[in-house]
Design a protein around this ligand. Structure first.
Ligand SMILES: *Cc1c(COP(=O)(O)O)cnc(C)c1O
Length: 469
């Protein structure tokens, strides 16, 4: 038996394969509303069937495609309308097509002259993001695989700009509510963990500006070099926004870099309410954004924008002799000089195509809808006896607990989470807030609408009644 398909299929074969893949995907998306939000039954046995040696010979495309569909049938349905755990994104169909076309064309976009107009497409997407935050024309940015690597390049940039090569006395500040990727990034950027200060938060879970102030002064007196504050514009735990105006003020007064981690919350800047919640963000030296969250893209697209673009480049530019033919930058940036990566996929197309197709207004409306839905969940639960909602949402994460009458609160709320997820209609996740086990609903998928959110609220209430018996 030989391979079913040559490495370069004929146009007809390409069509047959392509339409089979398209049918599979359309079927998958059509069934999402009815697909279980969580299905772990037999998932590990299914996974075990894929533990196999590399095939010497191929099999038919249909068979392989079926295996992909089967493999995707178990686990958490992160693409579905009932996914309210962690931070959802959804995965726009237009973006999937952009990825398909982009990979199919396989053009190199990380140095501008290899594909000037394609590189410009990516530069335009980054410029749009900069404009959203009133950044000046000299701002630059990169598209990354996600928020984690955007935070990494931001910290490397701040380090390079403010500390130079002997940086081990540099100190970085973030809050105890920050995403773990901030500490991880600092570690990867070469800082011992003792150089990272987790500034305590006030009762509303925002970074305590006074405490930051004191810590910075203390570190200075100890001969250390405080150089960077990483503020949150929407924490992963509760969607809370730090007091950005004040933080920018304190940090800049002390000549420190302000990086804002807006991986979850940043694109709410497209809405009026979001703009109010994020007030002060435009003063940041750099901002992390995650299009695969707030723009509903498929996983794999994050972004970093830096106000003074030259500093991003200075921190990342290194070249080899075999690159001597590569032209210097013109109007169009060579992203390879701004990022840790050389070869990579054409991420810009995944943002650009949906933006061109739907227009910004479609995203504004969708994000406004999510803000309304989160408000709805908050008010419904707050007004139901037994529920505790200590934190009013800034954006679209609603943390809550049920005050069980006759059981241990953590045990009861854990069981409540299990009951909710066992319905298969919605998926929620939990966290620890001020030492207490807390459930959270995060509404961000473009596929989640009022009907599923109402159902979610009913499931939560019913779950609490049944666990409390
Ligand atoms: C999701 C998230 C990150 C990490 O982003 P990835 O895209 O998962 O790498 C960082 N910070 C915040 C606030 C996030 O919500």
């Amino acid at each position: 038996m030989g391979p079913s398909f040559p490495l370069e299929p004929s146009p007809d074969e390409m069509r047959v394969m392509g339409s089979a893949a398209l049918d599979a995907l359309v079927g998958f998306v059509r069934e999402l509303p009815d697909a279980p939000a969580l299905d772990r039954s037999g998932a590990e046995d299914l996974a075990a069937r894929f533990r196999e040696g590399a095939p010497e010979f191929g099999e038919s495309f249909e068979k392989v495609l079926d295996q992909i569909l089967e493999a995707s049938s178990k686990g958490i349905e992160t693409a579905g309308p009932g996914f309210f755990g962690y931070i959802p994104g959804g995965g726009l169909y237009a973006s999937a097509l952009a990825a398909f076309v982009g990979f199919g064309m396989n053009r190199f976009v990380n140095f501008w002259e290899a594909a000037p107009a394609l590189a410009q497409i990516e530069a335009s997407v980054i410029a749009w993001m900069g404009e959203l935050f009133d950044y000046p024309p000299e701002a630059r940015g990169i598209l990354t695989s996600g928020g984690s690597l955007a935070n990494f390049s931001a910290i490397v940039t701040a380090r390079h700009a403010l500390l130079g090569e002997q940086f081990l006395d540099g100190v970085l500040y973030t809050s105890d509510q920050a995403h773990h990727s901030v500490v991880k990034s600092a570690m990867l950027a070469g800082f011992p963990t003792r150089n990272v200060r987790l500034v305590p938060c006030t009762d509303d879970l925002r970074m305590d500006v006074g405490a930051l102030h004191d810590l910075v002064d203390e570190d200075r007196r100890a001969g250390l070099r405080p150089f960077c504050v990483v503020a949150n514009a929407g924490t992963t735990n509760t969607g809370t926004v730090d007091p950005l105006v004040d933080l920018v003020g304190v940090a800049h007064e002390r000549r420190m870099w302000v990086h804002v981690d807006a991986a979850y919350g940043g694109f709410f800047q497209l809405t009026q309410r979001g703009r109010r919640a994020l007030r002060g963000i435009t003063g940041a030296d750099s901002i992390t954004l995650d299009p695969h969250k707030g723009l509903f893209l498929p996983y794999g697209t994050g972004a970093l924008i830096v106000r003074d673009g030259a500093r991003l480049r200075d921190a990342h530019r290194v070249r080899g002799e075999y690159m001597q033919d590569v032209a210097e930058e013109t109007e169009i940036p060579s992203f390879g000089d701004y990022s840790p990566e050389l070869s990579r996929d054409f991420r810009g197309l995944r943002v650009w195509l949906p933006m061109k197709l739907h227009g910004l207004q479609a995203f504004r409306d969708a994000l406004d809808e999510k803000l309304d839905l989160a408000r709805f969940v908050y008010e419904e639960l707050r007004d139901t006896a037994g529920f505790e909602l200590p934190w009013e949402p800034d954006l679209t994460v609603v943390p809550f607990r049920y005050a069980f009458r006759a059981r241990d609160p953590e045990e009861g709320n854990r069981e409540l989470l299990e009951r909710i997820n066992a319905t298969g209609r919605v998926f929620l996740s939990s966290t620890m807030l001020r030492g207490q086990f807390t459930l959270r609903v995060c509404i961000l998928s473009h596929r989640s609408h009022r009907d599923r959110v109402e159902e979610c609220v009913e499931i939560i209430k019913e779950g609490a009644r049944s666990v409390d018996r």
